[in-house]
Design a protein around this ligand. Structure first.
Ligand SMILES: Cc1cc2nc3c(=O)[nH]c(=O)nc-3n(C[C@H](O)[C@H](O)[C@H](O)COP(=O)(O)OP(=O)(O)OC[C@H]3O[C@@H](n4cnc5c(N)ncnc54)[C@H](O)[C@@H]3O)c2cc1C
Length: 597
């Protein structure tokens, strides 16, 4: 397993040179103190924690996994101690609200720290990561008493949280859920049912675990309109906030699974467990939508994390591994063969990993900034940011995790046969990356959300908001020097719109057309959106080189990677376009029975 080295130069490039971070946060109420110096200092500390504490536990955690017993779940050696350090150093409260002990830093900073921690050890990050959803739910929808009771301990990290949605028969379609919530005389609810696949449902890192559970009340309407939200603590909480008696929610088992083995994926039995309603009855799903975007960006980070780690390992290996001679003559004449980095095909894979990781970083930090504008910006900028976020979130979640998986897979290939062997770590990265395209809404579900709700559902308005921004960027950078990046953007923004109109027209006749186009449409959108971020980075790099500010090799590398992306990766849009416009018949004509032949 490669030991992780935080890409601080690239992180600083995106935050300070590509995105207008300083001006943005100076203008957002309450974030004035988030100066570049302070943010850099925090990021550097986060990098040390990730490199020195979390990274060394990544491979051992995978080997060891979690162990279930009647008493609970034991996480791998070193995990609880690392979590204690994380809490002692105040990391969980970084971007939480100050009222309950949060440090009120921008959520973009939280995303950067998650990238660092998650690249070092994604399984470990799942424990504090799930708390985030729980905190956001209570912050947005909890009663004043619930906030007082749970948030201080969750924000400090002394307690962790979970999101209990999935049941054995339903994940994407939560309208089918069966867990029951019976009202009790004391105002609480008796929650009964079994949830599966609950990350961090049980473990040995914190004093209490607070479950956010969706369930159905006795008189609830069918489907998604009858879902209510409850808070169900592992240990009941006394009025003074101290831990009380054990609640009847238990972890029945943990899953044996393909990757993120050190993250406990739990079957949770709720046996008339004491739960408390959050917000209005039957509004559970609507309430969860309020933080769905941030949760999805959190999962998108996983794609970036695995692309980065696979790239770091691959690069080191490609520089050292000797095999055959360069086609243009020996590059290592004193050695028995050349390092494999001389071979065009190995470079193709390395540059694919690099362009995915760096492009995704720019896209995801930008999205995280939009989240901060939505929360703290004036009405007009918040609305604009919200619209952009609505469009870009399903793209980021599905595209970046799919691309991250591809990058991880290249890692195996670059290591040759050794990539398949556990000790080198590349197969673990690919196994760990696989889940990101499934949980928090599968790629197929994100694609339906993009094409159905976001693009066609808004009559193209949300898409036009983004393509207009692309157009403005092209107009602002109307210079021959940047034309290799700006000209394709002009072509793609127009093509994206026309293509969407065409699919929309067909979908009015036959709704299956939207579903049939969806995943190709999403991938097309992902490649084009990433091109927009790569073009921005290329223009900045160009300007820095022209200004002669130094660090030329870094900027030249950026330009060359941008060029690689535009010339070798972006053309994948053509095949996605052709597939998505090919219509629904080639998928839907075959009668179900014929699939058997
Ligand atoms: C390791 C792990 C951790 C998890 N952590 C949590 C957690 O903490 N909390 C939690 O609540 N859940 C968690 N999950 C559950 C996860 O979110 C679900 O597995 C996921 O949402 C998919 O649901 P499903 O498994 O029921 O698949 P299904 O919904 O049965 O989907 C099966 C396939 O059908 C496709 N599909 C379904 N409907 C459509 C449609 N309308 N159009 C096109 N395609 C469709 C899907 O894309 C998928 O390919 C976790 C799962 C795993 C494996």
């Amino acid at each position: 397993m490669p030991s992780y080295k935080a890409p601080l130069r690239d992180i600083q490039f995106v935050i300070n040179e590509v995105l207008d971070t300083e001006n943005l946060y100076q203008g957002l109420k309450g974030y004035e103190e988030a100066t570049p110096d302070l943010m850099n200092a925090i990021i550097e500390e986060g990098a040390k924690f990730a490199e020195n504490v979390l990274s060394p536990l990544n491979q051992s955690g995978d080997e060891e996994g979690c162990v279930w017993s009647e008493e609970g779940v034991k996480t791998p050696a070193g995990f609880p101690e690392a979590y204690k350090q994380y809490v002692d150093n105040g990391w969980p409260s970084l971007s939480a609200e100050p009222e309950f002990g949060g440090q009120d830093m921008p959520s973009m900073l939280g995303i950067v720290i998650n990238e660092l921690a998650g690249t070092a050890n994604w399984s470990w990050l799942m424990y504090p990561g799930l708390s985030h959803g729980c905190i956001k739910t209570l912050e947005a929808h909890g009663s004043p008493e619930q906030k007082q009771q749970y948030l201080p301990k969750l924000v400090s990290g002394n307690w962790t949280g979970t999101m209990c949605l999935t049941e054995s028969h339903c994940g994407s379609d939560l309208g089918l859920l069966r867990t029951k919530a019976e009202p009790q005389a004391d105002g609480s609810y008796a929650i009964t049912g079994t949830k599966i696949f609950i990350s961090a449902g049980e473990h040995d890192m914190s004093d209490n675990i607070v479950h956010i559970v969706i369930a159905r009340m006795p008189d609830a309407p069918e489907g998604t309109k009858g879902i209510s939200l409850f808070v169900v603590p592992k240990f009941n909480v006394n009025e003074d906030g101290s831990i009380g008696d054990r609640n009847s929610v238990h972890c029945a088992s943990i899953e044996k699974k393909m990757g993120i083995k050190a993250s406990a994926t739990c079957v949770m039995n709720f046996d008339s467990a004491k739960g408390y309603l959050i917000g209005e009855p039957n509004r559970g799903l609507n309430m969860m939508f309020t933080f769905m975007n941030t949760a999805r960006i959190g999962t998108a980070i996983q794609g970036l994390a695995h692309a980065e780690l696979a790239y770091q390992g691959s690069l080191e290996y490609a520089r050292e591994r000797l095999a055959m001679r360069s086609l243009t003559g020996p590059k290592n004449p004193d050695g028995p063969a050349d390092p494999i980095i001389v071979h065009p095909d190995v470079r193709r894979m390395l540059l694919t990993q690099k362009s995915i990781a760096e492009g995704s970083r720019a896209m995801l930090y930008y999205l995280a900034q939009l989240g901060d504008i939505v929360e703290r910006g004036d009405e007009e900028s918040a609305k604009k940011a919200d619209d952009l976020m609505a469009l870009l979130t399903p793209i980021a979640k599905a595209f970046v995790t799919e691309a991250g998986l591809e990058a991880a897979n290249h890692g195996i290939q670059i290591y040759g046969g050794h990539g398949f062997i556990r000790e080198w770590g590349m197969e673990q990265i690919a196994r760990d990356a696989r889940i990101a395209t499934l949980y928090e809404g599968t790629t197929g579900i994100q694609a339906l959300d993009l094409i159905g709700r976001k693009v066609l559902g808004s009559g193209g308005k949300l898409l036009m908001g983004f393509t207009e921004m692309m157009g403005e960027f092209v107009a602002e950078n109307d210079d021959e020097a940047y034309a290799e990046f700006t000209a394709p953007l002009t072509k793609y923004k127009d093509e994206w719109l026309t293509m969407s109109l065409e699919v929309g027209g067909k979908a009015m006749e036959n709704p299956d057309e939207a579903g049939a186009a969806s995943v190709d449409y999403l991938m097309y959108s992902g490649y084009v959106a990433l091109a927009y971020f790569w073009a921005q980075m290329a223009v900045v790099a160009h300007k820095k080189i022209a200004e002669g500010e130094g660090d030329t090799a870094f900027y030249e590398a950026k330009l060359m990677t941008a060029r690689f992306y535009f010339q070798r990766i972006l053309p994948r849009t053509m095949s996605h376009k052709e597939s998505l416009l090919s219509g629904a018949e080639n998928l839907m004509d075959m009668p179900e029975a014929m699939f058997a032949f």
